[in-house]
Design a binder for this molecule. Structure first.
Ligand SMILES: [Zn+2]
Ligand SMILES: [Zn+2]
Ligand SMILES: [Zn+2]
Ligand SMILES: [Zn+2]
Ligand SMILES: [Zn+2]
Length: 364
C-alpha cells in the first residue's frame, strides 16, 4: 500500500522546485503557502448482464447425424430454473444455447426433393435467354456501317453518299467491301456492312446454358444442406453480455500516470469500499457501483492518486501539484495560475491592438 505524503513532505518538494526557479522561501512558515488535496479517483466496472431469451422452435440444416453440436447442447425441463454459470471474466461475452428435453428431432425438408430443387435462375429449363445478335462494336450500326447502303443493301445516290460520308478527309482508315451492296471500300472493316454480328455467346441460337445450374436444371437446396432433412428442436438462448462503465473524470496531465496509485479490486456489490478513499469518494462511486438489473457478475477496479495543490505568494503566477512516485519521491508539476493565464491573454490582446495601431498609423 503506498504511503500517503504528509503536508510537510509536499511543501518541502515544492520548495525544492521553487529553488530551481531561484525563488527561496520556507513554505512551512505560517501564511507562506496554501495546500489543498485534489486527489484523483478513477473507477472502472465490468458487469456481466444475463439475458434469458424466450423459448422458440429452432431449425438447423441437415439431419441430426450431422448436427452433433445440437445433440450435445445442454437440455432443460424448466427453463426459468435453469442456471448458466456466468463467464469468469465479466468482460467476456458468453452465449449458451439450450434444448428442451425430448424435443430434438429430424424431419423431411419439405421444400425440395432429396436436397435438390428447380434452378430459380432458369426456372428449371437449364438454359437462359441470350440475344442472338449484337451490334458491331466498331460501327454500332451507325452511318459507318456502309457509306453506300447504310447496311440496307440498297445503295443511295452518289450525292447523298458524299454528303453523308462521316469520316474526315485524309483519315487513313481502311474500309471493306460491303457484304450487302458489294460496293468496294465503303463498309465498316469489322462487320463489312453487316452492322450486327452473331452473338458469340449463343452463336445466334438465342439461349445459353444456365450459369447457375450449369444446365442441370436443378440445384442443391441450401436450406437443408442438400440433404432433404432438417434438424428441429425447441430451445432457448442464455447470453451474458459484458457492460463496461467508468467514473466520469476530468482531463489530467499525463504525468499523473507515473504516480504511486492506490488500487483495489472488488468482485461483489457487497464488498467493502477500499479504505484509502477520501471524504465524498464513496458518494461519487455509489451511482456507478449500484447493482444493475440482471447483473450476475462484476469486476471493479478503484484507483486513487493523492494529489496536493499548492499555491504560494512567493510565485503567484503558478500553481503547483505534487504526488508520490513509486520510488517514494515526491513529483512536482506546475501550471500557470488562472490570473497568469488571464494576464497572458491581455498581453496578447495588447500586442494585437498595438500592431493594429501601428498599421493604421503607417497606412495614413
Ligand atoms: Zn446470344
Ligand atoms: Zn453497303
Ligand atoms: Zn461494323
Ligand atoms: Zn439453371
Ligand atoms: Zn431441402
Amino acid at each position: 500500500m503506498p504511503r500517503r505524503p504528509s503536508d510537510e513532505e509536499i511543501l518541502r518538494a515544492v520548495e525544492r522546485q521553487l529553488a530551481g526557479r531561484r525563488i527561496s522561501t520556507r513554505l512551512t512558515d505560517p501564511g507562506a503557502a496554501s495546500l489543498s488535496w485534489e486527489s484523483v479517483l478513477e473507477c472502472e466496472i465490468h458487469r456481466s448482464i444475463e439475458e434469458r431469451g424466450k423459448e422458440s422452435r429452432r431449425t438447423a440444416k441437415g439431419p441430426l447425424s450431422r448436427n452433433g453440436a445440437i445433440a450435445e447442447r445442454p437440455t432443460y425441463t424448466d427453463l426459468d430454473a435453469y442456471v448458466v454459470e456466468p463467464p469468469a471474466d465479466p468482460a467476456r461475452r458468453q452465449v449458451v444455447h439450450l434444448v428442451r428435453e425430448g424435443t430434438l428431432d429430424e424431419v423431411p425438408c419439405g421444400d425440395c426433393a432429396d436436397g435438390r430443387k428447380d434452378c430459380a435462375a432458369c426456372a428449371g429449363r437449364g438454359r437462359t435467354d441470350c440475344p442472338p445478335w449484337i451490334d458491331c462494336e466498331a460501327c454500332r450500326g451507325g452511318p459507318d456501317t456502309c457509306w453506300e447502303c447504310d447496311g440496307t443493301g440498297t445503295p443511295r445516290t452518289r450525292r447523298a453518299r458524299d454528303g453523308a460520308r462521316p469520316r474526315k478527309e485524309g483519315t487513313r482508315e481502311r474500309a471493306a467491301e460491303c457484304k450487302r451492296c458489294h460496293a468496294a471500300d465503303v463498309a465498316c472493316p469489322k462487320c463489312s456492312g453487316d452492322w450486327r454480328r452473331e452473338c458469340p455467346a449463343c452463336r445466334g441460337k438465342g439461349d445459353v446454358v444456365c450459369g447457375t445450374c450449369d444446365g442441370d436444371r436443378r440445384v442443391e437446396h441450401k436450406e437443408c444442406d442438400a440433404t432433404g432433412r432438417l434438424t428441429v428442436c425447441t430451445g432457448a438462448t442464455i447470453t451474458h453480455e459484458p457492460r463496461r462503465d467508468t467514473l466520469p473524470v476530468k482531463r489530467h496531465p499525463g504525468q499523473l500516470k507515473t504516480g504511486d496509485w492506490y488500487r483495489a479490486t472488488l468482485t461483489s456489490p457487497d464488498d467493502d469500499l477500499p479504505d484509502f478513499l477520501e471524504d465524498g469518494h464513496a458518494k461519487r462511486l455509489a451511482p456507478l457501483l449500484a447493482t444493475r438489473a440482471r447483473e450476475v457478475r462484476r469486476h471493479v477496479t478503484v484507483a486513487l492518486l493523492p494529489l496536493a495543490r499548492v499555491e504560494t505568494p512567493a510565485d503567484p503566477d503558478r500553481v503547483y501539484y505534487a504526488f508520490r512516485l513509486p520510488s517514494g519521491d515526491i513529483k512536482v508539476i506546475d501550471r500557470f495560475s488562472r490570473q497568469r493565464k488571464a494576464a497572458l491573454l491581455w498581453a496578447a490582446a495588447a500586442v494585437v491592438a498595438l500592431a493594429v495601431t501601428i498599421t493604421l498609423t503607417v497606412l495614413r
